[in-house]
Design a protein around this ligand. Structure first.
Ligand code: ZN
Length: 255
């Protein structure tokens, strides 16, 4: 009888272990590498897409050799290369820089009238409780216009990011439903991540995306997740260990 009970408990334990494999930590930021490393040309990292999926379901980044922009939404990771069409990233691909979280909205703002990107940034600045926290920002809705970019794949020896961005390819789409995925970061994050705003975009039909340069929203909503805990893992690659980081101008700021 006792053995039977032990067996039953063991069976239940196995069942729960499979049903709840890992506790997902909501609105905790996981970051791989630092933006100053990417800026200096450290485009080779050791983080697989398979592992990244376990660290968050929402975010952005890039791939090794900066082979396209990364968009993470609803647990799927998309790669937007210079042809402008998102594809689901192969789980064996590696990333040199990624920022993800398990997103949960703490504050939702409905937008019923058209807004420019600048106006949206001002609304977010007004809505957040403090300039000293990190925020995951999700903007979904119908857009009058969206402008994105991607960057061409690089080979060793890597040029710095400013040189690469000079060869960026831009895309524009009018009347598109989709989601802006990104973060608002405090001033003190500068060098570790991109301070202020950094956004990527993915259309609902998954045919359009990239690093966001500009938009006009027709109607939609802004959802904001407040982040008070963040973790950063640094790469072990030779390029990371040997590269001297230099401070650059805000090359990632949206124009
Ligand atoms: Zn970006």
């Amino acid at each position: 009888m006792k053995k039977q009970l032990t067996n039953t408990l063991f069976f239940l334990f196995i069942l729960f272990a499979f049903a709840y494999p890992q506790k997902k930590e909501i609105n905790v930021l996981y970051q791989y590498s630092v933006i100053n490393a990417l800026s200096a040309g450290v485009y080779d990292g050791g983080l697989t897409i398979k592992k990244l999926k376990k660290l968050g379901n929402f975010g952005l980044g890039t791939f090794n050799n900066i082979d396209g922009e990364m968009v993470v939404l609803d647990g799927k990771i998309y790669q937007v290369k210079t042809d402008g069409t998102p594809i689901e990233a192969d789980k064996k691909l590696l990333s040199p820089f990624a920022v993800v979280t398990f997103f949960k909205s703490d504050k939702t703002i409905e937008l019923k009238t058209p807004q420019t990107l600048q106006q949206i940034k001002e609304i977010i600045d007004e809505a957040v409780p403090s300039a000293n926290y990190l925020y995951a920002v999700k903007i979904s809705g119908e857009f009058q216009k969206v402008k994105t970019r991607s960057v061409p794949k690089q080979q060793q020896p890597f040029p710095n990011l400013t040189s690469v961005i000079k060869n960026q390819v831009t895309f524009e789409k009018e009347t598109v439903k989709g989601t802006v995925i990104g973060f608002k970061m405090p001033e003190f994050i500068d060098g570790v991540n991109v301070k202020n705003f950094h956004f990527h975009f993915l259309s609902d039909d998954k045919n359009f995306g990239g690093h966001l340069l500009d938009l006009v929203l027709d109607k939609g909503k802004i959802e904001i997740g407040i982040i008070k805990e963040f973790r950063c893992q640094l790469p072990s690659t030779e390029n990371y260990t040997k590269t001297k980081f230099v401070k650059e101008e805000s090359y990632l700021q949206n124009k």
